[in-house]
Design a protein around this ligand. Sequence first.
Ligand code: COA
Length: 284
Amino acid sequence: MPHLFDPDYFRGKHVFIAGGTTGINQGIGHGFARMGANISTCSRKAENVEAAIAGFKSEGVDAIGATADVRDYEQVAYALKTAVQSLGPIDVLISGAAGNFVVPALGMSANAFKTVMDIDLQGTFNVFRAGHEHLNTDSPSGASCIAISAPQGLIPYGLQSHVCAAKAGVEMLAQCLAVEWGPLNVRVNTIVPGPIADTEGMRRLSTDEVRKKDAGMGLPIQRYGTKQEIADACIFLSSPAAAYITGISLPVDGGCLLMGAGRMQESLNAAFEASKQASNQAGS
Ligand code: COA
């Protein structure tokens, strides 16, 4: 498919993606790499980091990664510092690490709730706070920070109180940073992916059966999204075409949010039932 954007605009720019070694975030890395950007990333598992870096390099760009847990500020700061030493100041900073499991509030401990708050919300603060000093603010369209949010940040779902609280926090954090950092030539936005095919999120939040019989969960655009479509949204928000855009939450969701909790809630309920059955079977 022909691409809307100048194929050379991102050539040689530095894109750091926290959690960029799998799923949607890895897809974002490949999207930017195909535009010629150099990619750095961090995540918890060394083998994922190694594999992702090899993948980005296969696009013909430079790539570097570090093992870091976004919950640990010092680890994140170190990953950012080493990335900048290799690839220079950061033009695009993406916070994508997330954790989720499908469970009612009464089925989770205080530590379970805190775990997701720490990964999604504290992790996003850590990435943006530690990354700020490394941003390249010389470009006329400003440095671009993007948090990967979720429909849970905007509407309530049962079995997702931890994620809803964390992602709502991510939405508000991004808007506050947009206010504080706009004068410093830094734009801060969020992207809200709907159901995206071939991701850990979809494997966890839906069942095989639901996915097979119900392509696209009855969304207005009747299919699951692709990782490339999320990458394209990040590329747009980081391009000169979005130079006057900050503090927005951009759904890339096939109309998922228009439907309210609806079908996604049914899918979450089915995933929870399936996980209960699986653990009953494992216990019997
Ligand atoms: N139901 C209830 N509680 C759960 C749970 C579930 N399905 N899964 C984890 N928890 C609880 C644990 O019991 C623990 O609480 P406790 O100490 O009171 O027992 C707490 O959550 C932390 O779990 P733990 O596995 O020790 O944390 P972790 O830091 O190793 O991993 C996640 C947490 C969220 C990252 C993990 O669930 C995971 O690996 N998820 C896969 C990746 C993912 O979620 N990707 C995003 C898809 S959208």
